[in-house]
Design a protein around this ligand. Structure first.
Ligand SMILES: Cc1cc2nc3c(=O)[nH]c(=O)nc-3n(C[C@H](O)[C@H](O)[C@H](O)COP(=O)(O)OP(=O)(O)OC[C@H]3O[C@@H](n4cnc5c(N)ncnc54)[C@H](O)[C@@H]3O)c2cc1C
Length: 756
């Protein structure tokens, strides 16, 4: 039976250690020759071999495209819970290029000598069965309960889950006995026997056992890929199996594909000539012959996912119509990687499909596909959206988090090209060796895409301005799929709109920035007694306005705790590595209220931005408000103190802006409110309550910063964009996105749809 899987080809390389780089070189050759997969046997008791995990990791680091798998991994010597983490880790490190193949081991004397516990064949099957539960249980990172497995051979008593692999990582099994074949039918994703150990008829009989067992378990047998290790030599025609010219190989392998259902042929050879000839002459011809026969016989394609995963698909999405170029990065509910991508940093989500894209062409394909589906669309880069709803319920997410390139274009003009999925910590780390920095925000985990399309109020904002003020060009994919470059010279109106309202016009696939020369900076962290909140705010505001531009200061306070002294934290950056200057700048700021604690240090900007990213597990929907403020007047300070007393907000932050931000003309970008000296943000839990108290402050503001605002009422648009800015934005929107495809973040609907 032909199960309809696309044909794949792999190599099977001896992990010999007498010339340790030899297997690595053969793996790289396999990649160059176009093989899909490189595999290695696993005999951890064999002193002549490299350890297979170590070798696979090394190979993953030395290759870029080819997938890597053990052939097959010795389960009795590899505790499955640890193995699961190792497999997921290698899959994550290699960008989804690891596949797992397991075996029950066989050389018991050697295994026992290494400490393995000898098992009977029946016990081996049971142990294997439990190993499946352990491995898949560990990978189920989205499950909230710890993993318990109460098996005969493996007992896990509340193990922590995760990490989830980067892709729907298959588990294949190399085994021959009927009990193991039945287990494959029940649980595995593939069967990987070696032809050398099969007698005539064994292959077909084995397939039948697996199919029958799969059906009894309620599975579609086509979920199980059939792989085969083969060995041979090229030479003159002969009667031997795979002992002749390429044409003979093709003739002998074709029935195995069409009649027995083998879809992955793995060539066992360490001879580069054999690998080369197979790749050049056998693989393409075999693939062509199989495609031809399948077209004639109308063989249905194999399902790409298990029945359990398919059952979790959401209505309204034509999953089978996902373009081939996007399938590798398509993550569905039920896929092991789903838990890591469903939600964002702040927001819970349950999208029906996340499309991880890597190139502008893939972005274009993803937009075209998403537009053909009657569900919501969200665009995600770093997943730290506050206003930006970069997840949804049942819709599609175009996820750019794998587009993380950072490249210096021109050292002399400090031009740097940055892709949207990079995090600001990566950017700071990449620029530091050049003595450069780009003012972005206060948190390195935030993504480039969402911040650099809206503003960017960061640690160096007073001296160097907003992040968007450093933009010199962008590459975008528009709603119609066209890929455009925008700068002051090319598509200048689009370039204007991207700097402040960028999420409305397309998907930015690359930003070109001119960055600044920044060395070590002074960083002060102070804790104040905030009992007299209004006085603290007023004095701090005055001190900030009086400070030179090299000083940027953020003040943070929150909900008052009954019986506890109210406190406020101040974080200030001074763009100077001179201790005297740093102290000179921090001193007036330190005097604005009774000081409870302080630290000040001189350190690289990249150290302040350094964070270790973690999986996003946002819950609920954030409630935040934003306002831009000219001065902290006594009236504003009193209103802010009342807000804090009310208990409506748990996070209240005022950032200094002003300085270089105000040097840019309000009409030069779509970030028009440039006269403010402060950006005020509050987060609460109850939207009505927050709004009610915020109204008390509202009259003091001269606009808002969209990236800190979650209120969806239409007045917020006019707060962010005064009439002339709004007119230009709507006009631009009606030209580049008339169908309002991009609307997940501060949506400026085209005039026709907005009814204006
Ligand atoms: C912990 C935290 C700290 C923050 N600190 C700061 C700060 O110091 N300064 C500051 O200015 N902001 C700050 N922000 C706000 C931040 O700028 C925005 O939330 C921003 O949208 C996050 O970008 P992202 O790529 O991580 O978000 P995502 O959630 O990936 O995207 C948010 C929205 O941006 C749009 N978008 C994303 N990528 C693209 C793209 N490639 N092309 C077009 N549109 C796109 C989409 O509409 C999306 O909904 C902070 C946010 C958080 C959660």
């Amino acid at each position: 039976m032909d199960y309809g899987h696309p044909l794949e080809f792999g190599t099977f390389i001896t992990p010999t250690n007498n010339s340790p780089q030899a297997p690595v070189a053969l793996a790289r050759l396999s990649e160059q020759l176009g093989y899909d997969l490189v595999t290695f046997q696993d005999h951890p008791y064999q002193p002549r071999f490299l350890d297979t995990w170590t070798l696979m990791t090394w190979v993953a680091a030395q290759t870029e495209r080819i997938r890597i798998a053990p052939n097959v991994l010795n389960i009795p010597m590899r505790p499955p819970a640890v193995l699961a983490r190792a497999a997921a880790s290698l899959d994550l490190l290699s960008n989804g290029r690891f596949d797992l193949a397991l075996g029950a081991g066989g050389f018991w004397d050697a295994m026992e000598a290494m400490g393995a516990q000898r098992l009977t064949p029946a016990e081996s099957v049971d142990a294997f069965d439990e190993a499946f539960d352990v491995i898949r249980g560990i990978w189920a990172a989205g499950e909230r309960t710890p993993l318990k497995v109460d098996g005969e051979h493996y007992r896990l008593n509340g193990a922590k889950r995760g990490p989830a692999p980067a892709h729907d990582l298959p588990i294949w099994v190399g085994a021959l006995k009927p009990r193991m074949l039945r287990l494959i039918g029940r649980k595995a994703d593939g069967w990987l026997p070696s032809l050398a150990y099969l007698k005539p008829g064994d292959l077909r009989a084995g397939m039948a056992v697996i199919d029958e067992s799969a059906k009894q378990a309620g599975r579609d047998p086509r979920e199980i890929r059939r792989l085969l290790n083969v060995w041979g030599q090229f030479g003159p025609p002969s009667g031997g199996f795979l002992q002749g010219p390429s044409a003979q190989w093709i003739e002998q392998l074709l029935p195995l594909a069409l009649e027995d259902g083998v879809s992955t042929f793995i060539v066992g050879s360490d001879d580069p000539d054999v690998l080369q000839q197979f790749a050049a002459e056998v693989a393409p011809a075999l693939r062509e012959a199989v495609d031809r026969e399948r077209a004639g016989a109308a063989v249905a394609s194999a399902p790409t996912r298990s029945a359990t995963v398919l059952a979790q698909r959401r209505d309204g999405i034509a999953y089978d119509a996902i373009p081939a170029a996007l399938r590798f990065g398509a993550i569905e509910p039920g896929d092991p990687g789903y838990a890591a991508v469903r939600s964002t940093y702040l927001r819970a989500g349950a999208p029906g499909l996340v499309l991880q894209v890597r190139t502008a062409a893939e972005v274009a394909a993803a937009i075209a596909y998403a537009r053909s589906q009657p569900v919501a669309l969200a665009i995600r880069s770093g997943g730290h959206g506050i206003s930006g709803r970069s997840t949804n319920d049942g819709g599609i997410v175009i996820d750019l988090s794998k587009m993380t390139g950072i490249e210096v274009l021109d050292e002399s003009t400090r031009r740097v090209r940055i892709e949207p999925g990079a995090r600001w910590s990566d950017v700071a780390a990449a620029l530091a060796p050049h003595g450069w920095a780009l003012s972005s925000g206060d948190y390195g985990g935030v993504g480039v895409g969402g911040l650099a399309t809206a503003g960017g109020i960061g640690w160096l904002v007073r001296e160097h301005g907003l992040t968007i003020d450093h933009l010199r060009a962008v590459d975008l994919v528009l709603a119609d799929g066209s890929q455009v470059h925008a700068s002051e010279q090319e598509n200048p109106d689009l370039f204007w709109g991207v700097r402040g309202a960028g999420s409305n016009f397309g998907v930015v696939t690359a930003f070109e920035f001119e960055v600044d020369e920044v060395g070590d900076v002074g960083f002060g962290q102070f804790v104040f007694d905030a009992t007299d909140t209004a006085a603290l705010l007023e004095r701090w505001g005055a001190a900030v306005e009086a400070a030179p531009r090299d000083t940027t200061s953020f003040l943070l306070t929150g909900r008052r705790q009954p019986g506890r002294q109210p406190m406020a934290q101040m974080f200030s950056v001074v763009d100077s590595h001179d201790p005297e200057t740093v102290v000179d700048r921090l001193q007036p700021l330190a005097e604005v209220a009774p000081l409870l604690d302080q630290t000040a240090q001189i350190l690289p900007y990249a150290r302040i931005m350094n964070v270790t990213p973690s999986q996003h597990n946002g819950q609920g929907d954030p409630v935040s408000r934003s306002g831009l403020l000219e001065h902290i007047t006594p009236e504003f300070a009193a209103a802010a103190a009342r807000l804090l007393e009310s208990g409506a907000v748990y996070f209240f932050q005022i950032r200094s802006v002003g300085g270089a931000v105000a040097d840019v003309h309000p009409a030069a970008t779509a970030y028009p409110n440039r006269s403010a000296n402060f950006s005020v943000t509050a987060f609460g839990s109850n939207r009505d309550l927050v709004n009610r108290h915020w109204d008390d402050l509202y009259g003091h503001f001269s606009g808002l910063y969209i990236n800190f605002e979650t209120d969806l009422r239409p007045e917020r648009l006019t707060d962010a964009y005064p009439p002339e800015t709004m007119r230009r934005l709507r006009e631009l929107k009606s030209r580049v996105d008339p169908d309002n495809v991009f609307r997940d973040n501060f949506n400026i609907a085209p005039p026709v749809l907005a009814g204006v």
